[in-house]
Ligand binder design. Structure first.
Ligand code: ADP
Length: 380
């Protein structure tokens, strides 16, 4: 249960007590809010006392009478504005000073409640204010999160793209200046290395695009009734060239005729990421086994490898954005740290589950459980 702190500033004890009584058991909810919002009440009998409470206890909402014994309500309002506090101020005024209330609203007060008010009037004003404030705070936190993600994007981009670009530039210079002679053969290895580096950069860009798509709101699954074995074959063929290079055998077992309702490109992303990791973090000459089966109304996908495995602590972190395990075994393996976070977000968006069992130097098994007959009703 979330709560907003409400400070009532009024020199009349009756108003303070009445407001507290009306709001302390009042709860506001919004259709898309997971929880109710309730109010924690604070009181001040003067403007000076209000400022002290504002500085020390940071209320979210201030219900402010203008006519106070010392400094006036508008001065408290000015104080809050100068300090740039994120506080919603509502002026409580008698009908006689409506003009002042209008001025205060122009000076930054969110609203005003004319005195005397009924409990119902106060509650409905508070309901509006709370919803506005809730939305504002939510937007702010999304913006900060967005900025943080952009920052991480930028640092990963500069880090992960600069090194291969420098390498390719270096190779091209050597080739352009014909440093190894006029024949093409001596340059073959450099050309291959450049192509390899370009492949890595392309994968990073694709990962970033997948992640951006997932971060941009509710995923837009393009659902289709698909034959799972068809997608499994595509994924096996995608990792095959890489597996041959690493001398890793990849076995994919999926009974023909299993169907499910899913966006095929997303199932492919899930399988590609798990299979390519199982090859990438394997030992030379290792093996990868992918099994797909049906259990009740779910599809179960397991991907096991005979690779480097992970400690318990490492297993806890790897589904986060940009997390890569750094040790001597992974030092020469390139990646963005995005693959598994994309897989997890996709699996979650179908209401599925991904789990992992892993033993260092023995291998890892990832298990994905997805509903067979997913429909949008399940996430709404
Ligand atoms: P990337 O492979 O691009 O670094 P991922 O998000 O796919 O990013 O994986 C995160 C980290 O999890 C990897 O850097 C690696 O350390 C670890 N990891 C993933 N899959 C495996 C696996 N099959 N075996 C061992 N470690 C793995």
């Amino acid at each position: 249960m979330a709560s907003f702190k409400v400070l009532v500033v009024d020199d009349e004890p009756g108003i303070r007590m009445g407001t507290r009584r009306i709001l302390q058991n009042f709860k506001v909810d919004y259709p898309f809010m997971d929880e109710h919002i309730e109010f924690e009440m604070l009181e001040a009998a003067s403007g000076e006392e209000a400022i002290e409470i504002i500085d020390n206890q940071h209320p979210d909402i201030v219900l402010l009478d203008n006519k106070l014994p010392g400094i006036q309500g508008v001065q408290v309002l000015e104080y809050i504005r100068n300090k740039q506090y994120d506080i919603v101020v509502v002026m409580i005024t008698s009908y006689a000073s409506l003009e002042l209330a209008v001025k205060a609203t122009r000076d930054g007060a969110y609203d005003f409640i004319p005195k005397p008010f009924t409990p119902q009037e106060l509650r409905s004003s508070m309901e509006n204010i709370t919803k506005q404030l809730f939305l504002r705070r939510m937007t702010q936190s999304l913006n900060t999160e967005g900025k943080q993600i952009r920052f991480q994007f930028m640092s990963v981009l500069s880090h992960e793209l600069k090194a291969p670009l420098n390498a390719i530039e270096g190779y091209l210079r050597i080739i352009g200046e014909k440093q190894l002679g006029d024949q093409i053969d001596p340059y073959q290895e450099m050309i291959e290395r450049s192509l390899e580096r370009i492949k890595g950069m392309r994968q990073l860009i694709l990962d970033m695009l997948d992640l951006t798509r997932l971060k941009s709101g509710k995923p837009m699954h393009k659902l289709q009734h698909i034959n799972v074995a068809d997608i499994a074959r595509v994924s096996r063929d995608t990792v095959r060239p890489f597996a041959i290079q690493k001398d890793v055998d990849v076995y994919v077992k999926c009974p023909e005729g299993i169907t499910m309702n899913i966006d095929p490109s997303e199932l492919e992303i899930i399988l590609n990421n798990l299979l390519s990791n199982a090859v990438k973090y394997n030992r030379d000459g290792g093996r990868v086994d992918c099994q797909i089966s049906v259990e009740k109304d779910t599809i179960i996908i397991t991907v096991s490898d005979t690779g480097i495995g992970m400690s318990e602590e490492e297993q806890q972190q790897i589904f986060e954005d940009f997390v890569r395990i750094k040790n001597t075994k992974t030092r020469h393996i390139t990646g963005s740290g995005l693959g598994l976070s994309i897989v997890k977000k996709m699996v979650d968006s179908y209401g599925g589950k991904i789990t992992l069992e892993s033993i260092p130097d023995k291998g890892s098994t990832f298990t994905v459980v997805l509903p067979r007959e997913f429909s949008f009703d399940q996430i709404n």
